[in-house]
Structures are given as C-alpha cells and as structure tokens.
Design a protein around this ligand. Structure first.
Ligand SMILES: Cc1ncc(COP(=O)(O)O)c(C=O)c1O
Length: 442
C-alpha cells in the first residue's frame, strides 16, 4: 500500500526505515498509513477513506477523535501532565470512582497500569499473594498480553516462544462450533467443559492453584461467547477450591458487548450475573487515546493489602492524562448513550445482517457469533467438515475489503466485525454491503 502523496510516502518510508513492528517478520511488511480519523472513519494522506470495522485493535469504542476525550486530555495537560503514583490526584480518584460505579457490587478499589498485559500481570500477582498459591489456570483459546506471566497465560501461538514464567496450566474452554468435547448442544458443551476444568483442577492439585484467569468472552480467539451456565460453573469451582477468579475484560469491557462489562451481558436464566474477584481492563476504558489499563479489586483482596505491602508498582500508574481521558470517555459514553447504542445496533442490525449474509454465502460463512459490537464470522472451506479457509482466502478478502473502503479485522480464519460502539445503522448497512461484495468476489 505505498502512498502516492509526498507526505504519505514520507510516513511510509520513515516507518519502513526505522520502526520495528509487533508480532512480525520485518522484511515483508507493507503497513497501511493512517493519517486521521473521526467517529467510525479513518483516512490516509492520499484522500482514501475507510470505514473502521476493526476499531484498530478492538479498542476505539467511543470512535476516533471524540471531542469529549480530546478536550479532557487538553484540559488536564494545561493543569498537570504527570504526577507520581504515590500522590493523590483528582483526575485519578474521579477515574477510579467512575470505573467502580460501572463494575457494580463486589468491587472497592482500582489499581492502574499502562495497558492490558500488565493489568493481568498484577492481577496474577494479587491472586498469588492473596492465596499463597502459585499456579494460574487459563484457556488455550485466549490472549492475555505480551509480558512475562501474561504471555505465558495466553493460550495461542504467541505463548510458545515466550514460555519462561512458571506455574501456568491451560485448559479448553467451551466452543460449541469446534467442540473439544464432542458435544451436540450448548448445554452439553457447558457441562462437559466444566467437568474438564474440574478434572484439571483436581489433577493439578487444587491447593496449588491461585487463580483461574479467563477472558469473559475470548476475543482474539474468535468471540467465543460462553454457553449458558459456564461462567456460573467456573465461579462455583473457584469457590469450592478457594481459587481467585479473574475475568480479563481488556477487549470485552467498556461497551463492546452492549454493557459496561461483558459479565453483565451474560446473566443466567434467573437473571443472576457471575461476578469475579478481579477484573482486568484497558482498551475501551478510554478508547486507547492514552495508554492505560488496570485491575478492579474485590473488597476481600483489597483488604489483604491493608496491613501488608503490595509489592508492585509503575511510574505511570494512574497517569493524569490517561485518568482525564477515562473521565472524559466514560462520561461521554454515558451521557450520549453509546453503550446502549452498541447493544441496540448489535441486536437489531449487526446480528440480523450477519445472519442474512451467512444465508447468502453458506458455503464460506460457517458460523456467526457475538453480541453488541463484538462479532466473528467463522469462515470455512467446507461447511460440512468446518475446515477453516486457507490464509490465501483471508488475504484475498482483506485486499478486496480495503479496496472497497473498509478496514477489516481478521484473526486466523475469522472475520471479526468489531466497529466502534458509536457505529450507526447506515454505517452497518454499508459495511454489510461491502462484506457481501467481498464474499461474492471470491
Ligand atoms: C483479552 C486481552 N487481554 C490482554 C490484552 C493485552 O493488552 P495490551 O496490549 O494493552 O497489553 C489484550 C490485547 O489485545 C486482550 O485482547
């Protein structure tokens, strides 16, 4: 995607000469230059505009360049641009209070980090110190970040070259479409996945397990919405064996599912929600305008550090520009009904639209799953065997969608449909039309 304008070329050339990129062999990279954005759109320096149905890395929940967040950062910059974590600061307290208000009953403190990985790192540390135990159980189909323990808690391929932290054990979570448990209903999948988890806990020795760390809805692994009863079953196992339950809501939290947190979107049949002991967050809390993340802590775990030192900290824990951006983002999301928009648009427009797309392209769209603005299409080469499509098909779809003016999000054999929470019905209709054109062009 070599730009044509001088400024675009300069941005591209500087990147290729000097920037070392994440998760990539560097030589063959051909990055797209993004110059600006607004709401659900981004553009390059050459006048090409794209509908951003990636939300970048599924983090721009409030949309690009929201004035409330920009203004909050600017106002804070005029007052105080940095402050040590040991001091109290108004923006930090206001941010923590707003996060706790949204998390609801069961939480009393927030520890701020620089992003999602170190949020998980510190949640794991809290669980280990609180229980005096060592092991952390997490799913094979998961991503928890790129630091020492977080990347080893990760289930996907990114763990393998980084496997230096000890005490990590993996298990299979539920995934009805590609079941590890030979199940033929979501209920059976839930029961069998819980039985498997119980057996892993027993086999590892329950008294050695500090935490079960799960993405409430595994995101990068394919928007794997857990079947009814699963989260409550994991909570019950954690309670039975004295294990701390951590929900990683880095991708799923702050509006993506149509609620403030994904666990609030998944009540059981009697309307009860499953509440963890620790929640990790980042991304949507301020839509990534300034790097930030954190851990939301239950009163019992917070109290364990009332008289005992918590041996962890970061120079930028609760950085004022990040804190101001959280206050700006959360207030605007509430007053403008942005989370409610994600819920409505998911239920009324995206879900029905993607199912209609599947009905039109049944040989390639194997399954549609998701909620809110958090969806995935599982793309198959054979709808009977469910064999995933080849990388070349994904490459072709990506190229076509970009040429049509849509910035997509692909992971393995899946197209993730993850626009900002502010997306309009018309923008969804346009995206559905472009997806349809891309599938038709194969
Ligand atoms: C569920 C989940 N946890 C943790 C992380 C890591 O967050 P960060 O990249 O901010 O460290 C991510 C990033 O994509 C994620 O999706």
């Amino acid at each position: 995607m070599i730009p044509t304008s001088d400024v675009g070329k300069r941005a591209y050339d500087l990147d290729r000469a000097y920037v070392f990129h994440s998760w990539s062999a560097q030589a063959a990279l051909d990055p797209m230059v993004i110059a600006g954005g607004s709401g659900t759109r981004v553009w390059d320096h050459d006048g090409n505009e794209y509908l951003d149905f990636s939300s970048q890395l599924v983090n721009v929940n409030i949309g690009h360049q929201h004035s409330a967040v920009r203004d909050a950062i600017k106002a804070q910059a005029d007052v105080l641009t940095t402050v040590a974590p040991a001091h109290a600061n108004l923006a930090r307290g206001e941010a923590a209070r707003r996060i706790l208000d949204r998390a609801g009953e069961g939480f009393s403190k927030v520890f701020f980090t620089n992003g999602g990985a170190d949020a998980n790192e510190n949640a794991i540390r809290m669980a280990r110190l609180y229980t005096g135990r060592d092991k952390v159980l997490s799913m094979y189909r998961s991503y928890h970040g790129n630091t020492g323990a977080a990347v080893v808690a990760t289930g996907d391929w990114r763990r393998v070259p980084n496997e230096y932290a000890r005490g990590h054990v993996h298990f299979f979570g539920p995934f009805s479409y590609r079941s590890e448990f030979w199940s033929d209903s979501p209920q059976q999948e839930s029961e069998r996945a819980l039985h498997h988890l119980r057996r892993v806990i027993q086999s590892e020795g329950a008294a050695s397990i500090a935490a079960i760390l799960i993405e409430t809805i595994p995101g990068t692994a394919g928007v794997l919405v857990p079947p009814p009863g699963y989260l409550a079953g994991v909570r019950a196992l954690a309670d039975e064996f004295g294990i701390v339950l951590i929900f990683d809501e880095v991708m799923a939290g702050f509006g993506r599912t149509g609620d403030w947190f994904a666990f609030q979107s998944l009540p059981d049949s009697s309307g009860e929600i499953t509440v963890p002991d620790l929640i990790t967050f980042a991304k949507g809390v301020n839509s990534g305008y300034v790097p930030v993340g954190g851990v939301i802590i239950s009163p019992a775990i917070a109290a364990a550090f009332d008289e005992t030192v918590f041996p962890g900290g970061l120079t930028y824990s609760g950085h004022p520009l990040a804190m101001a951006s959280i206050v700006g983002a959360l207030d605007a999301m509430e007053s403008e009904g942005i989370v409610a928009n994600a819920k409505r648009v998911g239920a009324d427009v995206i879900g029905p639209g993607l199912r209609a797309l599947q009905a039109k392209h049944p040989s390639i769209i194997g399954e549609v799953r998701g909620l809110g603005v958090f969806w995935a299409l599982d793309l198959v080469a054979d709808s009977e065997t469910r064999e995933p499509v080849s990388p070349s098909v994904i490459g072709a779809l990506k190229k076509t969608l970009l040429s049509l003016g849509l910035l997509p999000f692909f992971a393995d054999n899946r197209l993730h449909v993850v626009p900002p929470c502010v997306v309009t019905d018309d923008e969804v209709a346009r995206a559905l039309d472009l997806y349809d054109q891309a599938f038709s062009s194969l």
